[in-house]
Design a protein around this ligand. Structure first.
Ligand SMILES: O=C(O)CC[C@@H](O)C(=O)O
Ligand SMILES: [Zn+2]
Length: 575
């Protein structure tokens, strides 16, 4: 039996079972909305992914809630809520079986008019946002995979405001999700249910920069690229560089311990972040904003906030050791015939380029194909042959002719040794950016291709590509399996691209990918975090004793569990 029921927001049409077919537009001839809220229509009978199903199939059409952003682009997952909005179920767009099911923590309050009034007193009217359009953007991640239903977005401008917000939320048991640039890939920066979104974007001041030591102190909402440009004028660079640099914020980078392209040279943020300020769930502002390179006075608590994805506190300020900008950069784009050559090349590069090596990235032929097919204006700089692997090697040093000679000698010997099959060296900045565009554009290209299952694995280098090959065998022609990433850091991005989400494909991938990684003592999250996607999978990379201790730390820092709930740790262990 089917019934219709009106909730505050939506007209819900529900059939048997716990979950709903949801719709706001019972008449299928209604125009499809082109604003940022609305619904996709999918023909269930023919499984068409067309936005407008054919007339004869109209009766079989299902309308799904929360997916317009997907509809604008290549729509991805549909998210269904049950009738009381208490559980969250991500479904593939064919409305197949469940992939994840999470229960809303019943101890959390919901935002009341009284709460809104209080937030307005703290922040002023303008920084308390209830506007549906703005919320619909903040509720969804940029892949359109994860979507919450928060009714409130707060934009504090100071640590004191963050503190007052959290103190209040903690006393009211209002769950919150801290949000930076919202460029994450694991659903860590968007609400799962109705958590209050605390966006740090308005806290974007540079507090100080020491031109001798290169120590930068700034607020969490500074955009990575803006910091890099600021530093370039002073003769310095940020120790990290990511494809998302134009949008991601340093607070988010620190909270996720983002890796990126310069990691092989400058290492992890655990080393480059000298200090930080974080606000705890109860509103305590922890001032650990040291600008010292050395400080062995007791436990290094700031490390707990680096990579804990806002689950222990909200990072509001950071102090970063930035390296000097060196005068000469070279970039080679090389082709290798097999993975073993890539590995040997890495070893050679470490030996022969040593102190000037600043990036060592790789992509396979399938990744190259994806970029060439889906990104406009991109071309393979080593045409016309197709090679199995491509490697980007960047050197950065301070003596142009010496650095160039060093690179050329390395390239020559690697070519003679048969490690490189072909290659080009960028002659100017434009060429260099066009090479980087290939590597950095894979994420965008694979999104354009349809559905994508993403894995971010740390594995021993010699094993790293084996999982890509095994995955290809498992999935056959139904999927394109891409392997690329930060070879210099033994970090593989395994992306599986299919035309649409498919439960059979998914069942072939998980838990196999996690079991394989665990079996090889790898990490299921090298640099992207666990977020919502992998909170329940943490045990594949951490012992149960370690996870228990993490849960105790979480409880100590956030006894009501209001900070970024449902993320990082399994729900069963959260307060
Ligand atoms: O999209 C991905 O899976 C990887 C994104 C990013 O970490 C990269 O290295 O390009
Ligand atoms: Zn990466």
């Amino acid at each position: 039996m089917e019934k219709w029921r009106r909730t505050s927001q939506h007209l819900l049409r529900y059939s048997s079972g716990n979950y709903l077919r949801l719709g706001k537009y019972p008449n299928f001839n209604d125009p499809i909305p082109n604003s940022s809220s609305g619904f996709i229509r999918i023909c269930e009978k023919c499984s068409s992914t067309k936005i407008r199903p054919s007339i004869e199939h109209q009766k079989n059409v299902q309308i799904c809630l929360n997916s317009l952003r997907g509809y604008i682009g290549n729509f991805q997952l549909s998210i269904h809520r049950n009738v009381d909005n208490q559980s969250y179920k991500m479904q593939h767009r064919n409305f197949g079986s469940t992939t994840k099911l999470i229960q809303r923590n019943p101890s959390f309050a919901t935002v009341s008019a009284e709460d809104i009034k209080h937030f307005k007193e703290i922040l002023g009217e303008k920084s308390v946002i209830e506007d549906e359009d703005r919320l619909s953007i903040a509720n969804v991640d940029w892949m359109n995979k994860y979507k919450g239903s928060s009714k409130l977005l707060l934009q504090p401008r100071s640590s004191d405001e963050v503190s007052r917000i959290l103190k209040y939320c903690n006393s009211r048991r209002l769950a919150v999700v801290p949000q930076g640039g919202n460029t994450g890939l694991v659903g860590g920066s968007v609400p799962v249910f109705d958590e209050v979104i605390i966006n740090l974007g308005s806290m974007n001041s540079i507090i100080s920069f020491d031109e001798v030591s290169g120590i930068l102190v700034c607020e969490a909402g500074c955009i990575l690229e803006n910091l890099d440009s600021f530093l370039a004028n002073k003769g310095f660079i940020m120790p990290l560089d990511l494809g998302a640099k134009g949008s991601c914020q340093i607070g988010g980078n620190v909270s996720t311990n983002a890796g990126g392209l310069r990691f092989v040279r400058y290492g992890s943020l655990h080393g480059n972040i000298l200090g930080l300020e974080a606000v705890l769930a109860n509103g305590t502002v922890l001032d650990m904003l040291s600008t010292l390179c050395k400080d062995n006075t007791g436990y290094d608590l700031k490390q707990l906030f680096i990579g804990s994805e806002g689950s222990l506190g909200i990072v509001t300020k950071v102090s970063i050791l930035t390296p000097p900008k060196l005068s000469s950069t070279n970039l080679a784009f090389l082709a290798c015939n097999d993975y073993i050559s890539c590995q040997k090349l890495l070893l050679e590069a470490k030996r022969k380029l040593g102190e000037v090596l600043s990036a060592f990235e790789f992509l396979d032929n399938q990744s190259m194909d994806m970029v060439l097919t889906h990104l406009e204006g991109v071309r393979n700089p080593i045409p016309p042959s197709e090679y199995n692997f491509y490697v980007l090697i960047e050197t950065t040093g301070s003596d142009e002719s010496y650095d160039r000679e060093k690179l050329e000698a390395f390239l020559l010997s690697s070519m003679e040794g048969g490690l490189i099959s072909d290659g080009v060296v960028a002659q100017d900045m434009n060429q260099a950016s066009s090479f980087w565009r290939i590597r950095e554009g894979i994420t965008e290209a694979v999104m354009k291709a349809g559905a994508v299952y993403k894995y971010d694995l740390s594995l021993p280098v010699e094993k790293m590509y084996q999982i890509v090959e095994e995955m290809r065998l498992r999935l056959g022609p139904a999927a394109k399996v891409l392997g690329y990433g930060h070879l210099g850091d033994a970090n593989l991005h395994l992306n599986i691209s299919t035309s649409q989400y498919d439960d059979n494909v998914f069942a072939q991938i998980e838990p196999f990918v996690y079991e394989w990684t665990s079996g090889n003592r790898g990490s299921i999250s090298a640099e992207h975090g666990l977020g919502l996607m992998k909170a329940n999978e943490i045990h594949y990379s951490k012992s149960s004793e370690t996870v228990q201790l993490m849960a105790s730390i979480k409880k100590l820092f956030d006894s009501n569990g209001i900070l970024n709930p449902y993320k990082v740790l399994p729900q069963s262990l959260l307060p």
